[in-house]
Design a protein around this ligand. Sequence first.
Ligand SMILES: [Zn+2]
Length: 289
Amino acid sequence: VTHALLTLKEFDVYDKFRDPRLHTYMHTLEATTNAEPAYKLDRRRLEQTLDRLGTIDFAHGQAATDTGIRNLSDGLKRLEVPSTLATLHPIEVMGVTDPNGPPNQGAMTATTVKAGLTTAGVSNTINDTPNGGTATEAVVAAEPEDPQITATYVTNWSRFSSAHEFGHMIGLIDEYYGATSAETVKAMISAGYLPPDTRGDHLKLNPSPTAKLRATEQANQEATQKVYARTGLETPDFAMNAPGGGDQPKTTSLMTGGFEVTQHHVITAWEALVEMTKTYIDEKWWKIT
Ligand SMILES: [Zn+2]
């Protein structure tokens, strides 16, 4: 039997990468396995945040409105922690009104919410839709999916596999398996990446490919969560597959299929410093900033 082999070796990688067919193939693969799934995940997270916090109350006084805007802006800004590209997704504010009331308050609520989010530092594009009538609330929603933005993800995706593999060499774990330990699920709920009512059998819904791999990742995540806790860092976003397999757990983080080096990626250097200096200084004085 003759096997067709495609082997990349040190001495011929350079030439093969210069082959335009391989170059195109690699670009396509990068887009479909990393950049596009990250776009979808960022979008799903945005939709979840807006479902939870996107309705701003205008019927119960200024304090209720201010609180609503503050909670929503906090939620939206948190989306930038796992993905700096999250701000590329535009959102829309619609004033909801009682048709029998005086006109134009709906437009005012939309404008108020937009201004409040902008002042709080939300940098997504915000469109506001005027509505007549007496304002009762404003609803903030994601704009429809946009191939233009997916294309921006793809062009922003500047990744080297070697950097990811170097991450493993210094003790970092893959962040693309989803949460495989109960500790990780708890930490993700506490960080707001999973809703508080996340089901107890959540891990069963997101199985790793094999039992062996699952056991390895579980041990890795348990050990790593302990270091995060010692450094005072929250868990990174061990992104979960959407129910029904709607998307893949990919983010802009170097240790999924992305390109960003985050605070989580210096924890082993932190550990080394702590170990080297432990006779002189307590670990609480070493901070990752
Ligand atoms: Zn890896």
